[in-house]
Design a protein. Structure first.
Length: 940
């Protein structure tokens, strides 16, 4: 390469005390086919690449073509962020990270950035980056060399000099592994070969005798009649050329002895002294200090603990550097304080010891009730870190063990406590970088604490990315952390969202069964972790906000803390309400003397808002017979009214009318036992002390009937609500099957299916009650699953009846039935079918629809003109339904192998269901037109 006047190459035989301290370490002597050898030695390949890239950016980047500069810059992006997907820069947030945080000047020359508009440059970078989307790090480096070599010969060094000593010819001397020693004249373009390295016998350099004090280099070449003489601008450059040729000669010949005949020692010292002062006056080089070298050991003056005060106990875990033990710290304040002790196995090395104590340095700055507290350190080998002991262990194991005993409020409480700790870290400008359930410790049943600060940093630590790539928690990390190794408070928010998901899933790890390399692809395709069972919708909505792809759109921890506090309070209120309702279900129906005439409240709705067991909703029949009595005092002829156990159970007895019910209950009235105490009986003052006994008893019976009716009504309402929440999980096959049951029955003139005699009757109409709740109530039950389907009760559906017409030779009717059957066929096959089979199934539905529409077009001329408009609108609606079905099919194919696949498959089935229903509506419109033509009315 072109060496500046002030550059000085250190001779392998020189001593460190003889040279200035600021020098650049480079790979200088390259064997033939060096790239093939370097591919087997990746550290050397990476080092040489950084050397060449630095030379390119500093020397010729501003002079190369725009296309080459774009390719080389994108290859450096690909090499630096090799985990990033090929389309990652299409996302605005990713490009902004590259542009604003990393800086485009790291990859592209200033001339390119200044000459191209920002919007155009973005498109060019995105297009060019896609060309190298499939390259790994090594392939990116080799491609970089391939593109750069025609415009910049990085494998050889060139020196401007002259051949000869008296008759001088100005040339550019090139020295490299391929051409050996050659030169280029100012006018020539092809190099002229002078000698091979194995022909050089001796090398000598000295000052010229003229007043300019130029450097003279003489090479004795085997077979040449006289030495090859080269005149250099200075003795320094002559010495550098001599060292370069000497290195290649020894490399080619496998020799250890130098070929250089050196000048006197005094001359060398004078030369070095002059070069030293010249180097100090230039700013071409700057001292670069590695970040690891600036590490400062934490001051242990206040935290140092005497080892004699620590009693080491059993091993309770394993950390990155060694085992974690339980122990006892005997301090003056607390003679037996239980502590956790982190040990370091290989702390004989100062670097390992310092990294191990980095966690203590971080922890000593925190004081928060939900952050593990540092007790002290022992810095002498063996090095220990003493922390407070959380007796219940890590949160993930705790959640798994107590999966069935922890309620939802406790889980939300843990998430809230972690948010307070992370908001505290955010206020102190710390990022944790490893937020996961495994790094949270449980101090008590209602207190968790954030721990493991081994990766925490006040600012981004670049050495972590280089040293710990294999240990990064990819499945917990934000996309910008995976793509760019960029950790901020916003990336901590993403990880906290995943940690909340772990907590709600009782310790299940995220993205089970997914390879680390595939996680970023799923995230960029829009896939997120699914909503955990029993998770409140508001809490899952908060999680999805934490998983916004754009870091700027994620909430801060202060906002998360406030929202989690609200969600926690709401859950506590609901929990108290559920406990009250549960106790009311468990306790038998009775009134004491302090009661009122109000009927007991309606039973709560099991499963909403959070599913829970409905066991105990109804007492057993035996229990009801024994205990369910209404006790009345203050009435001479007190009677015990025993409630029928069978009437409490829906589906086991039909509702009696008022007269039969009254007569039936009259026969069950029995006299109360005379030893009943008044204090345990019902005080009737609330319903009027002057009421006659028979009116009072009649009111009690009426209240009992209303309670039973309310109970049955609530069951139906509950099933309706569950249906609404599960509608997205119900296969559209069932909807179409349901439609097919009633449509075929009405089309064929058969009576509709009768209701199950054991099914509960409808609740009598009540003022203000919605009248449509029962229309969908029978589509599913709380216990139905997606794969098993639901129990259909077609009597609950009230479609418009089909006209009672002669269906012989009715092609419209036949084609509507054919379309419905095609939809049913598709719905029954699509669930297990692979995506490539979607198109043939949808095509069958489309062909059936085309046949139907063609038949309608043939029938249209014979129908009244006034009905054509309505029929055409129904046809357009069917075409729209088919288009929607095709769109949903494309989405289901696009998102195959993601969690969204099932979602779009269900939407696809829903669109097919709508198509079948609208086909039936088209038949009804045509039947109505036929009836008008016949002068009849459509039956209702």
């Amino acid at each position: 390469r072109s060496v500046s006047f002030h550059a000085h190459w250190v001779s392998p035989r020189g001593k460190c005390g003889e040279v200035p301290p600021l020098y650049e370490l480079r790979i200088r002597y390259l064997p033939k086919g060096f790239l093939n050898q370097f591919t087997e030695d990746k550290p050397t390949l990476n080092f040489f690449y950084q050397q060449v890239k630095s030379d390119y950016m500093s020397e010729i980047a501003d002079r190369v073509d725009q296309d080459i500069a774009l390719k080389l810059g994108c290859l450096e992006i690909r090499r630096s962020y090799w985990e990033m997907r090929g389309n990652a820069l299409e996302k605005k947030s990713n490009y902004e990270v590259l542009e604003k945080d990393v800086g485009l000047k790291r990859f592209f020359p200033r001339s390119l950035l200044d000459s191209v508009k920002a919007k155009t440059l973005r498109k060019l970078i995105q297009q060019t980056f896609r060309q190298f989307a499939n390259l790994n790090r090594e392939e990116s480096i080799l491609k970089f060399f391939e593109i750069l070599s025609p415009v910049y010969r990085f494998d050889k060094e060139c020196f401007k000099c002259a051949l000869g000593s008296s008759w001088i010819i100005s040339v550019e001397l090139a020295i490299g592994p391929e051409e050996g020693i050659s030169y280029l004249t100012d006018k020539g373009c092809n190099p002229t070969h002078l000698a091979d390295f194995n022909q050089v016998q001796t090398i000598q350099y000295s000052n010229s005798e003229d007043k300019d004090r130029k450097g003279m280099l003489q090479l004795k070449i085997a077979g040449a009649p006289e030495p090859l003489t080269v005149t250099a601008p200075s003795l320094t450059i002559a010495e550098n050329m001599a060292d370069l040729i000497d290195g290649y000669c020894r490399l080619v010949n496998g020799a250890t002895q130098s070929f250089i005949i050196r000048p006197q020692k005094g001359e060398v010292l004078l030369l070095l002294e002059q070069s030293h002062w010249e180097l100090l006056e230039t700013d071409d080089y700057a001292e670069i200090i590695d970040e690891e070298d600036t590490y400062t050991m934490p001051s242990t003056r206040d935290y140092e603990i005497q080892r004699e005060r620590i009693e080491l106990g059993r091993c309770i875990g394993e950390g990155q550097f060694g085992d974690v033990h339980q122990g006892v710290y005997m301090s003056p304040e607390n003679p037996a304080l239980a502590v956790a002790i982190k040990t370091c196995k290989n702390c004989t090395s100062d670097s390992v010891r310092e990294k191990f104590l980095q966690e203590a340095l971080t922890m000593r700055q925190f004081d928060h009730p939900h952050i593990v507290k540092l007790i002290g350190v022992i810095t002498e080998n063996p090095v220990w870190i003493i922390m407070e002991l959380c007796t219940l262990g890590e949160l993930r194991s705790f959640l798994q063990v107590r999966k069935y005993s922890l309620d939802l409020a406790s889980l939300i409480l843990y998430a809230y406590q972690l948010s307070t700790a992370l908001a505290y870290l955010e206020s102190k400008r710390f990022v944790h970088r490893d937020i996961a359930a495994r790094n949270v410790l449980v101090s008590s049943n209602d207190c968790v604490k954030l721990g493991d600060f081994g990766l925490s940093r006040y600012m981004e630590d670049s050495t972590y990315y280089k040293a710990s790539k294999g240990k990064l928690p990819i499945k917990w990390m934000a996309p910008e952390s995976i793509n760019f190794r960029r950790f901020t408070s916003a990336s901590d928010v993403w990880m906290f969202g995943v940690c909340m998901w772990e907590i709600l899933m009782h310790g299940v790890k995220p993205f089970q069964g997914v390879k680390n390399n595939d996680v970023i692809g799923r995230i960029e395709n829009g896939e997120r972790l699914p909503m955990p069972p029993n998770c409140p919708p508001t809490l899952y909505s908060l999680m999805t906000k934490c998983w916004a792809y754009d870091p700027s759109r994620r909430p801060r921890f202060t906002e998360l803390k406030a929202q989690l506090s609200t969600i926690l309070e709401e859950e506590k209120v609901q929990q108290e309400e559920r406990m009250r309702m549960e106790s009311r279900r468990q306790v038998t129906v009775s009134w004491d003397s302090g009661g009122s005439d109000e009927a007991p409240p309606k039973p709560s709705r099991p499963g909403y808002p959070s599913p829970r067991s409905s066991e105990g909703f109804y007492p057993s029949p035996q229990h009801m017979v024994q205990t369910n009595h209404y006790q009345v005092s203050g009435y001479p002829g007190s009677h015990g009214i025993t409630a029928m156990a069978g009437s409490i159970y829906p589906g086991q007895a039909s509702l009696l009318d008022q007269t039969d019910s009254w007569n039936h209950r009259q026969q069950e009235i029995s006299m109360w036992q005379p030893n009943m105490e008044d204090s345990a009986a019902l005080d009737l003052r609330g319903i009027g002390q002057g009421l006659p006994a028979h009116l009072m008893e009649e009111r009690l019976i009426r209240q009992q009937q209303e309670m039973e009716e309310d109970q049955r009504w609530l069951e139906k309402e509950e099933r309706f609500l569950v249906t609404v929440f599960l509608v997205i999980r119900i296969s559209s096959t069932l909807f179409i099957g349901c439609f097919y049951l009633y449509s075929c029955a009405s089309l064929n003139g058969t009576p509709p299916l009768l209701p199950d005699p054991a099914a509960p009757p409808k609740k009598p109409p009540r003022p203000g009650a919605p009248g449509h709740l029962g229309s969908l109530a029978s589509l599913s039950s709380p216990g139905d699953s997606y794969n098993e389907g639901v129990k259909l009760q077609p009597q609950e559906i009230s479609p418009p009846p089909t006209a009672n017409l002669d269906r012989s030779n009715d092609r419209v009717y036949e084609n509507v039935t054919g379309l419905v059957k095609a939809v049913i066929e598709m719905s029954s096959k699509i669930q297990p079918a692979p995506p490539e089979e979607y198109v043939p199934m949808v095509k069958e539905v489309g062909l059936a629809l085309r046949t139907l529409l063609a038949t309608v077009d043939e029938t249209l001329p014979v129908l009244p003109a006034s009905t054509h408009r309505e029929i055409e609108m129904a046809q357009k609606l069917l075409n729209s339904d088919l288009g929607e079905l095709i769109n949903k099919m494309k989405l289901a194919q696009q998102y195959v192998m993601t969690s969204l696949q099932q979602e779009y498959k269900k939407q696809m089935l829903t669109a097919a269901h709508a198509l079948a229903v609208d086909a039936k509506n088209l038949l009804d419109v045509i039947d109505q037109a036929r009836l008008r033509m016949l002068g009849t009315t459509r039956p209702h």
